[in-house]
Design a protein around this ligand. Structure first.
Ligand code: FAD
Length: 271
């Protein structure tokens, strides 16, 4: 089981600039000190890709990437967090207290951490669209089934035009987002190892996950609306999709960060 630890209690959207976790060389080891926050699978991971500053004076250019293995002295899980959704994968806060990591576990070279982050970020964003599209498709399928079978005023609720409008909008929002997501995934197919992190692909992957995340919020909201009171009940499947959906506009960079990336790339190209 793997995890990726970039975010810290005081370093989220500005994960690189505000990073406080440090790694100092000591003989054949690096010694890590700091905390990482909101780490998916952190509480159960066997290996964790951890980012730390090897040269804090260089700011974001002084970051390195390390593989920390479960059981390394000085590594511990501070807490497992209780979440509104995505409850199948535990998320936690990790602590590195004089944690000794063998120098051979350094990835990509000293002070080359930003390149490691960037090499995977666009693919991660493009890939993140897929569970969102699956969740939205499932919500549409469940809503169609419910609208066809749930009767009110002596008729299936799917015969009412306002319910039909929600179903039609769900379909259009989903298919438009799917088309953009597939375009981003196709572009990633041609990505060289270590490529990405700026330019058209960077903009396209941010656009894909921005659109898909906001689509999922809208589609899951409509699915709960169509299910009425039962959609508000914790155990129903649409309720689970609704609670899970919010992470799609936060994880892997928020909607605001995605808009910043898109605007920066548009403006850079226009100069
Ligand atoms: C369930 C879950 C799983 C996660 N898994 C991982 C993981 O595995 N590994 C990992 O490293 N991280 C993980 N994260 C962390 C996630 O990437 C961060 O939560 C996210 O990047 C936002 O950081 P933050 O929470 O510190 O919010 P902040 O950065 O504090 O942002 C708070 C608000 O301010 C806005 N904001 C911030 N800066 C700007 C700006 N310049 N302009 C406009 N608006 C701005 C944000 O968009 C947001 O709305 C996970 C988070 C969650 C909730």
């Amino acid at each position: 089981m793997g995890a990726l630890a970039l975010t810290e209690p005081d370093a989220g959207s500005d994960a690189l600039g505000s990073m406080r976790t440090t790694a100092r060389r000591d003989g054949d080891d690096y010694v890590l000190n700091g905390r990482k926050m909101f780490i998916s699978n952190g509480p159960v991971a066997d290996v964790i890709l951890v980012y730390a500053k090897t040269d804090p004076a260089l700011g974001a250019k002084g970051i390195s990437a390390f593989i920390v293995e479960k059981g390394f002295p000085g590594f511990s899980v501070a807490q497992k967090l209780v979440k509104m959704g995505w409850r199948g994968a535990p998320t936690g806060e990790l602590v590195f207290d004089e944690c000794r990591v063998p120098a051979r576990n350094l990835i990509g070279g000293e002070n080359r951490g930003v390149a490691v982050v960037m090499s995977g970020l666009d693919i991660e964003r493009a890939f993140l669209a897929l569970p969102c599209i699956g969740s939205a498709q499932r919500c549409l399928d469940l809503s169609l089934e419910y609208a066809s079978t749930r009767q009110q005023f002596g008729k299936p609720i799917g015969s009412f035009q306002m319910v039909q409008a929600m179903l039609a909008d769900m379909y259009v929002e989903l298919e438009a987002a799917r088309a953009l997501a597939y375009r981003a995934l196709m572009a990633c197919n041609d990505l060289e190892r270590g490529g990405g992190g700026r330019g058209d692909l960077h903009k396209l992957c941010a656009a894909s996950i921005l659109r898909v995340g906001e689509m999922l919020l809208s589609v899951t909201d409509k699915a709960v609306q169509i299910h009425g009171g039962s959609g508000f009940i914790w155990e129903t499947e649409v309720n689970r999709h609704y609670r899970n959906a919010k992470l799609a506009t936060i994880g892997g960079g928020t909607s605001e960060v995605r808009r910043m990336i898109i605007a920066e790339e548009l403006l850079r190209a226009a100069r």
